[in-house]
Design a protein around this ligand. Structure first.
Ligand SMILES: O=P(O)(O)OC[C@H]1O[C@H](OP(=O)(O)OP(=O)(O)O)[C@H](O)[C@@H]1O
Ligand SMILES: O=c1cc[nH]c(=O)[nH]1
Length: 175
């Protein structure tokens, strides 16, 4: 299997910066924004975008991380174990939520995240930011903010690495 780097560290950071400005433009500032990162790597990307938003807007942007495993349509364990970490839970009612994930593929993770969010409150709006959109959607889901569109074959894989846990920033395509 060969890896091809499609975003190096500098390009990945530029993509996050562009997403940050687009979020600000769309939201007309940072007011009422809450960033929700989907574990695993979406959490780190959400914190990075929030840090940039805070630098630009000089206000605190809440960040929450969610693990959507138990909301997936291929997991039967609905009910008791909702997979939301109460201590991470932030008031999302009437907020403008930006969901953040590293890769958008079939859209099933995002569908699960929407279920998880709506379980804990009724936001004013939910939009979606992804570092990579690789196509192959199986549900009517699209991203509002995209770092890079990378057309892929079904059998390829996009591997996102983040400095915080992988020791480097990169997006690679694995053939
Ligand atoms: O659009 P989809 O088909 O749902 O695919 C995208 C999801 O797949 C990956 O998560 P993965 O399940 O590999 O978990 P991880 O983030 O913890 O590695 C990726 O981080 C996205 O969350
Ligand atoms: O290629 C893919 C598909 C889903 N999730 C990933 O992280 N990469």
């Amino acid at each position: 299997m060969a890896n091809k780097v499609v975003l190096d560290s500098a390009s990945l950071q530029r993509a996050l910066t562009r997403i940050t400005y687009e979020i600000l433009e769309r939201n007309k500032g940072g007011q009422g924004l809450v960033l929700v990162g989907i574990k695993t790597r979406g959490e780190y990307l959400a914190h990075r975008i929030a840090n940039r938003l805070e630098q630009l807007e000089k206000e605190t942007i809440p960040v929450m991380a969610i693990d959507v495993t138990n909301y997936r349509d291929d997991v039967l364990a609905h009910g008791d174990h909702l997979g939301l970490d109460e201590k991470d839970s932030i008031n999302i009612v009437d907020k403008n939520i930006v969901l953040v994930d590293d890769v958008l593929f079939t859209g099933r993770t995002i569908r699960a995240a929407l279920d998880a969010l709506i379980h804990i409150g009724r936001p004013k709006s939910i939009s979606l930011a992804v570092l990579v959109d690789r196509g192959h959607r199986e549900l009517p889901i699209r991203a509002d903010f995209v770092g890079k569109n990378i057309p892929t074959a079904q059998n390829e894989k996009i591997q996102v690495s983040v400095e915080e846990i992988d020791g480097k920033d990169a997006v690679e395509i694995i053939h």
